[in-house]
Design a protein around this ligand. Structure first.
Ligand code: EPZ
Length: 419
């Protein structure tokens, strides 16, 4: 396994370009199953979850070529089963359920199982599919879905679910009649997926709001789409600039959908100058303590929680972070405390006593955003930080250490020494 080694204390400077959004690319890749033909997706990030989705599409019978420009041929889908060994490594695999049921009337998809940050059930997906006339049976950890005719329905989600909204929106494009999704998730990646689906001939309105209306059509045509930039990678790079006290220009930034991240980082004391699709981030003086609550978009993103926590360990005063989306997304706290941070967790709330200096040491990544948080802390820590198990990082970041190296960070990857 690889580890990342960081020598802290370098102020970052220069320009960096954000890659395509993982959470948009994965859904758009699943959408190609909705019809035969040759699909083209540009701006695909190079990361492990994308490789997993390529393997899954290949397993189903699709032809997948390319890396940042993908060509996916979906004429010869010959199996409708997404096996556990693929789905367990990446929850987004569950997004093939909607397209397979919509096009072929059946699918067998492993339940994703939990992950480090929470149980992450799919009950809302299943309830919504049943409302559309899908018969769903769960047997030995697999969801068996079948329907003779997918019907449009009114779906009301108990709480916004990104994956649930995406799965139902994709299926509804081929359903008979109209589907209205209420209390829909409003994440920008859902809007990007809707744009790709409209490019296929789907009739979708209201994406980006909490009410999405989809008029089913008889068939779709292959998509051609460029994935939107990754707002979470962009936010992570903003924190890298702030935590080192450097000045960084972040290019290919989806600025219009980053309002909550920009506002919160400004409140902490970062100086953020907005361009059309770039941000210039610097810092002038001490970091200020704040209160943060994660919320569905357009609120502060849960996927930025671990990263902003690293920054707040160096702020003056005590900060409060409340995590409302996942029940166990504070695993990075123990590792940050080992670096000298002073963080206490009470239920869904982390209390960060700031103004600490962080000490480099060996820490272990436990999930995707925790990995980023530990690397960010290492950039500011005194001495050397070794982050192990960075396969977590590689799931969701496109060569992050290379991007940080390009900004002057003393960071490199090496093989973990056998214990
Ligand atoms: C998506 O996950 C993202 N993943 C996550 O990003 C992100 O953290 C999450 O949305 C929230 O924004 C992808 O897009 C591939 P949800 P998803 O359904 O769709 C509960 C990252 O770091 N829930 O919006 O799985 C669920 O347990 C990853 O890039 C149910 O209870 O998230 C969670 O508490 C991590 N039943 C909450 O809803 C359901 O049927 C939100 O989950 C579905 C969800």
């Amino acid at each position: 396994m690889d580890c990342i080694v960081v020598q802290g204390g370098k102020k970052l400077s220069g320009e960096v370009t954000v890659s395509g959004a993982k959470n948009s690319a994965l859904a758009i890749m699943a959408a190609t199953l909705l019809t035969g033909g040759t699909h083209r997706i540009a701006g695909v990030p190079a990361l492990r979850d994308i490789t997993t989705m390529k393997r899954l599409l290949g397993h189903l019978g699709a032809g997948v070529e390319g890396s940042d420009q993908l060509e996916i041929v979906t004429d010869a889908i010959e199996t409708f089963e997404a096996p556990y060994d693929l789905v367990k490594t990446m929850r987004a695999s569950f997004l093939v359920l909607g397209p397979l049921v919509a096009r072929f009337g059946r699918a067998v998809v492993s339940l994703p199982g939990g992950c480090a940050i929470g149980v992450r059930p799919v009950d809302m997906h299943i309830k919504a599919f049943e409302a559309m006339g899908v018969t769903v049976a769960i047997d030995k950890g697999y969801v068996h879905a079948a329907c003779d005719e997918l019907k449009g329905a009114r779906i009301l989600f108990d709480m916004p679910t990104v994956g649930g909204t995406e799965n139902i929106m994709m299926a509804a494009t081929l359903a008979k009649g109209t589907t209205v999704i209420e209390n829909a998730a409003r994440e920008p990646e859902i809007v990007d997926l809707a744009c790709a689906l409209r490019n296929m001939g789907a009739r979708i309105e209201g994406d980006g709001t909490d009410r999405i209306t989809i008029q089913g059509v008889r068939e779709l045509t292959p998509l051609s789409h460029t994935v939107m930039p990754d707002r979470i990678e962009a936010g992570t790079l903003m924190v890298a600039a702030g935590i080192t006290g450097g000045t960084v220009v972040i290019k290919n930034c989806p600025v219009p959908v980053m309002g909550s991240t920009i506002d919160k980082l400004r409140e902490i004391g970062l100086i953020i100058e907005e361009g059309q699709n770039e941000l210039r981030v610097s810092r002038n003086g001490a970091l200020r303590h704040v209160e943060v609550t994660t919320n569905p978009h357009p609120g502060f993103p849960t996927d930025m929680q671990a990263q902003i926590m690293a920054l707040l360990t160096l702020a003056d005063g005590t900060s409060i972070i409340r995590e409302t989306i996942f029940e166990n997304r504070f695993i990075h706290v123990a590792e940050l405390d080992r670096m000298g941070a002073n963080i206490k967790v009470e239920h869904d709330t982390a209390i960060i006593a700031g103004a600490q200096t962080l000490q480099g040491t060996t820490v272990m990544a436990t999930d995707l955003r925790a990995s980023a948080s530990l690397i960010l802390a290492g950039l500011a820590a005194q001495g050397t930080t070794v982050v192990s198990r960075v396969y977590h990082l590689d799931r969701g970041y496109d060569r992050l250490e290379k991007k940080l190296q390009g900004l002057g960070a003393d960071i490199h990857r090496e093989k973990e020494k056998q214990q």
